[in-house]
Design a protein around this ligand. Structure first.
Ligand SMILES: [Ca+2]
Ligand SMILES: [Ca+2]
Length: 222
């Protein structure tokens, strides 16, 4: 996947600048340098390390909890927060609509949505969570402190993604690549998880599609 992905990402990036001419191409070039600097700043906060080979145990992460005890568990909190339409009734969204960023599907039946750990639990495990205590793993699997840590996506796209990192899987919707890379990197920094060298190469390909600066300030999780 590495080869074709590079080609597409570079073509997209180059195409955006090549369409412009004269002064606007200079401005576009300056803007792309700004984006590149922001990407470097964000990626520079990652700790690079090979993945752990400790056997992954899903049971060491908690299922959905109701951390703030308002009656809505984490799944429902995410569905409520991400709805683009709909009223809330007792933690349920009535007449809701959601946008699944991985495949671009618009969904009105929440049963067709799963709440995805953007950095999957298995990937987190391989990146440092294997040595956490269970309390921290529980906070990770229910992280509502960063809006892209948990996202509502179609069951199908979530199954395709599975526990993969960007080396092995990227969203089919290319317009989501910049957001995906930004969210992925932010979650890793936020939780002080490592990234393996191939993963960073894959992230750079996704970041190459960014048209605006990714936010570089990351709030660490407790
Ligand atoms: Ca709650
Ligand atoms: Ca990885």
């Amino acid at each position: 996947m590495a080869g074709p992905l590079t080609g597409v990402a570079m073509a997209l990036f180059a195409g955006g600048v090549a369409e412009l001419d004269g002064g606007s191409s200079v401005a576009a070039s300056e803007e792309s340098q700004n984006v590149a600097a922001a990407v470097d700043e964000l990626l520079g906060q990652l700790v690079i390390a090979v993945e752990s080979d400790a056997p992954y145990d899903r049971r060491r992460f908690r299922d959905w909890i109701d951390a703030d005890r308002d009656g809505c568990d984490t799944r429902r909190e995410v569905l409520i927060a991400e709805r683009t339409r709909g009223q809330i009734d007792d933690c349920r969204v009535i007449g809701g609509r959601w946008f699944s960023m991985y495949d671009g599907e618009v969904v009105t039946d929440p049963n067709l949505l799963q709440i995805d750990h953007l950095v999957a639990l298995g990937e987190a495990w391989d990146s440092g969570a294997d040595v956490w205590d269970d309390a921290r793993r529980g906070r990770y699997s229910n992280d509502l402190g960063y809006r892209n840590a948990l996202i509502a996506v179609t069951v199908r796209s979530n199954s395709q993604k599975s526990d993969h990192d960007p080396t092995d899987w990227v969203p089919t919707r290319r317009a989501s690549w910049c957001r995906y890379a930004t969210a992925w990197t932010t979650v890793k920094i936020r939780w002080q998880l490592t990234a393996d060298p191939e993963e960073v190469v894959a992230l750079r390909r996704l970041f190459a599609t960014c048209r605006t600066n990714p936010p570089t300030a990351v709030t660490l999780a407790l």
